[in-house]
Structures are given as C-alpha cells and as structure tokens.
Design a protein around this ligand. Structure first.
Ligand code: LMR
Length: 348
C-alpha cells in the first residue's frame, strides 16, 4: 500500500466505525422516522387540541400556527388537530376531557382553571395589572412557578401562557360609569369566585355560562351584559346585542396552554423539545397578535356605529378600585399575603 491508499483506507475505516457507533447508540437520531408517509394514524403522534373560541381570535390563530409549524418541523409525523369553537368539547367539558386523555391539549382562560387550582384566581383581581408585560413578569416569577407546579400536581402539564388582553364592560341597559350604575344588573362572568366577588361588591348578580352561550343569553335577555376583551366581543358579534361599552381595562384575560401530563411524560424527549421550542416561539407571536387583534377589533367597534363607547375616566376608575378593595382582602385571607405582595402594584 502506498501512502495515499493507506490514508484513504484509514478515512474509510473511521467513517465506518462512526456510522456503526451512531447506529448502535442512536446518538443524534430522532425517535421518529424521517419518512413517515407510509405510517398510519396509529403510528404517528396525534395531538387533539380543542378550544372554544373562533379561528380569527388570538387563541384560534395561535393554535393553528402551532399545528402548522409542528407538522412542517416533524415532516408530518406529529399532527396537531385543532378543533375550534367548542365543536368537540364545550367550556366546562374540555378540562375533564383533557384529564381523561380524550384530548391532549387545551388553552382555557386562566379563570376557568380556578376550580382545579383556586390560587389562579389571583390573575382575575380587578386592576391588578396595568399591562400584559406585568402579567408576564408575575407569571415568570416565583408565584408563576408555584401556580404551574400546582397544575402539574393535578395532572396538567402547562406548556405555555398566552394573552388575550384586558376586559371591558358591555351591557344593553345604560352606560356603566359610576358604581351605582351596576346595581341590580344580571351579568355573565367566567367561572371564578373572584369575578363573582368583584361584581357582588357592585351589587350586581352574576351567572357563569359557557362562552358559546353568551350571544343567546343576551338575545333571550337572560343577561343584560358581560365583561370581555375587544376580540371576544367582536368575534362573537356581541356589539349587535349590546348598546353600551365601557373601556375599563379592569381585568386581565389570558390562557394557560395545557397538555395531559401522562401524555406529555410519555413522549420521547426529542418530541417534547420540538413541541416546547415551537410553543415558546408561537407564544411570542401570539402575544403580538393578541395586541394587534384587540386594537383592530376596538377600531371596528368604534366604526360600527352600533354601540355607545365610554372611556372610564381616572376619577371613575379610582372609585371602582376602592369598591373592589374587599376582594383583595378576601383573596389575601384565602391564599396568603405573598400572592398579593408580589403583584406589580404592590411592588412599586
Ligand atoms: C370567556 O369565556 O369569556 C373566554 O374565556 C373565552 C376565551 O376563551 O377567550
């Protein structure tokens, strides 16, 4: 063998040894095949993602984007099937369905997980946050950590948190400016004790119905009003049945994206990483879209000439805040001072 031939021989031997090593150890290999075209549904990973809002909402758009990216990035091996508008499971049913493993993913409003982990009510406190960045900081801090751990202990894996935005008041009776304006109204709220307490401080009666029922409840005059974000109001056409809108930004509405924990724990590590990294990226996009869509939908409401809009003044806001003070005390009494002390308004 001359020098050139022996170098070539050595190189081929190294490549062969490395190939055998990679094949044997699986080092760097994905747990799923590159070519999955021939695989049946049973051989791929199917994630059924059920939610209750329309597709043209921050949650609806983000769910679809997540599904699209995952399909592309896993070459179709992982399929996220999105079921919007409560077609598969309604409000109040989806958590149970996730727990049982009938679906693998949901993104309920944080107010709706308060019967599982009551401490999540903290996010419902009126005027607790001035902007979404404050909510993000709170959730990324030690309280957020605690809230996530409590969810895991109940069998739910929190993959991310998404924004919608801040809630506004709508009703069909009269403008809501002063505390007295709320007296005797019948309003729909999401199922969270803090939201109930918030309105009972204003002498308002509340009922907790599924989001998909709100339009009909208003149409049948079973309720006179409700609180929600511009995007939820507009995507459900509530402005057609409501005469008055108060831009109050009095409460945050956001989502926690949940997976069934047993399902999550059973996924191969590389699949978990792909899902988590893609979700982190989608969450950044979702937050941006949520702001854009809420501003856009507010402009549509201004233009429609169908609803009288009042912007809560600083004085009116101060009076609302004073009226809500007992709700903070109730929460502090129930969950301890730490949750309240860590709120941005108390940390300034
Ligand atoms: C509501 O019930 O008002 C909202 O939670 C709907 C949603 O998921 O945005």
């Amino acid at each position: 063998m001359n020098g050139q031939t022996s170098r070539r021989y050595l190189r081929m031997t190294i490549i062969l040894v490395l190939t055998v090593f990679i094949l044997l150890t699986g080092c760097g290999a994905k747990s799923y095949p590159e070519d999955h075209e021939q695989l049946s549904e049973d051989e791929r990973i199917i994630i059924r993602f059920s939610h209750i809002v329309g597709e043209q909402t921050p949650k609806g758009l983000a769910a679809r984007r997540f599904a699209k990216l995952i399909k592309e990035r896993s070459n179709g091996y992982i399929e996220v099937q999105v079921f919007p508008n409560g077609y598969l499971y309604k409000d109040g049913e989806e958590l149970e369905a996730l727990k049982k493993g009938d679906i693998q993913m949901i993104a309920p409003a944080t107010s709706k997980i308060t019967n599982i982990v009551p401490e999540w009510q903290i996010l419902d406190l009126p005027f607790a946050f001035h902007n979404v960045e404050e909510v993000h900081d709170y959730l990324e801090g030690k309280i957020g950590n605690r809230l996530m751990t409590k969810l895991e202990a109940k069998g739910f894996y929190p993959v991310s948190t998404w924004d919608n935005g801040f809630k506004q008041m709508t009703n069909s009776s009269h403008p809501l400016r002063e505390i007295e304006d709320f007296s005797g109204l019948q309003l729909r709220v999401m199922p969270s004790p803090v939201l109930k307490a918030q309105f009972s401080e204003l002498n308002t009666r509340t009922q907790s119905n599924s989001f998909n029922e709100v339009f009909h409840l208003l149409e049948n005059k079973e309720i006179v009003g409700q609180e929600n974000t511009f995007s939820n109001i507009y995507s459900k056409n509530l402005q057609l049945l409501q005469n008055y809108l108060t831009v109050s930004n009095h409460g945050y509405l956001g989502y926690v994206v949940l997976m069934n924990k047993t399902f999550w724990d059973g996924l191969p590590e590389d699949v978990q990483s792909l899902l988590q990294e893609t979700m982190d990226e989608v969450a950044v996009w979702e937050r941006m879209i949520a702001q854009e869509l809420n501003s856009l939908n507010f402009r549509e409401l201004e233009k429609c000439n169908c609803i009288d809009i009042h912007h809560l003044t600083a004085d009116e806001k101060r009076l609302w805040e004073e009226a809500f003070e007992p709700v903070y005390q109730q929460v502090e009494y129930k969950f301890g001072t730490e949750y309240i002390r860590q709120l941005p308004k108390n940390k300034r």
